[in-house]
Write a protein that binds this ligand. Structure first.
Ligand code: FES
Length: 260
């Protein structure tokens, strides 16, 4: 008899990177895997970005398969119902629009990242995105992979590798959520430079299906001294920071690091 396989735990609650702002020009529509299903991301002509579950509330057409942007509306490819940015049906070719809405997912754009909220029960965001200083810049994705594990596990592994390879003792780490962490590596000889600077590495892990995660490791070279990293997140995130450090890294905590 074959062995029993343990079902993967559900995707955790939190803000996750679903892609990068530059991927969606005005008028574009694209589909991404997100938390066990498809999500359609689109940007209106005026630049408003929205993320929605893909099925049209009329008869269920997939909005990522032929859906188009018309001005500020997302238009279904099937019967041309048009949906406003609040999700409501604003126009149809057949008269009065029905009381039907898209299943919008909460989304934000910050530092060139499109963040989307996921809650297993569909609850609204329990917290806002951590506020980050502009000096951290916007990351350029240079590596994307798909891996087995939970977002927390995948983030932990990636951060562990960064810390063990950094070769610097000036490393700061912040957990931004269950699938996001920020590592700032400052050069040892930074006093030789007129201004402190650092290599900012973003580890972004997004659940695409139970037990599968898409991970980006993205970098931005920025004027971003570790002392200006955002304050630590609440208790649970601090525990995550400590777990991520857990004996793997060569970097010793900086004065701004809660793990010190
Ligand atoms: S299925 Fe979308 S308008 Fe009919």
């Amino acid at each position: 008899m074959g062995g029993m396989t343990t079902p993967a735990p559900p995707c955790p609650e939190g803000w996750f990177c679903i892609g990068f702002s530059r991927e969606w020009k005005a008028g574009s529509v694209g589909t991404r895997r997100f938390a066990g299903g498809d999500a359609v991301v689109y940007r209106t002509r005026r630049g408003v970005l929205r993320v929605t579950r893909p099925y049209c509330p009329h008869l269920g057409a997939h909005l990522g398969a032929g859906g188009t942007v018309d001005g500020e509306y997302l238009v279904c490819p099937f019967h041309r119902f048009a949906f406003a940015t609040d999700g409501t049906c604003a126009r149809t070719p057949y008269g009065t629009p029905p009381k039907a809405s898209l299943a919008l997912l909460p989304s934000r754009e910050a530092h060139g990242i499109v963040w989307t909220w996921h809650s297993p029960g569909g609850a609204p965001p329990a917290q806002e995105l951590p506020s980050l200083p502009d000096s951290l810049g916007s990351p350029r994705a240079f590596r994307a992979t798909e891996e087995a594990g939970s977002p927390q596990e995948v983030t932990e592994r990636a951060v562990g590798r960064i810390l063990s390879r950094s070769g610097s003792r000036h490393v700061s780490l912040r957990t931004l959520g269950p699938g996001a962490a920020l590592v700032v590596i400052e050069p040892v000889r930074r006093h030789l430079h007129a201004a402190p600077w650092g290599l900012v590495l973003w580890v972004l892990a997004t659940p695409v299906s139970p037990g599968r995660v898409r991970r980006w490791t993205a970098g931005s070279a920025a004027v971003a001294p570790a002392a200006r990293l955002p304050p630590p997140l609440p208790h649970r995130a601090r525990q995550n920071d400590a777990a991520l450090r857990g004996g793997r890294g060569t970097g010793s905590p900086t004065p701004s690091d809660p793990g010190s």
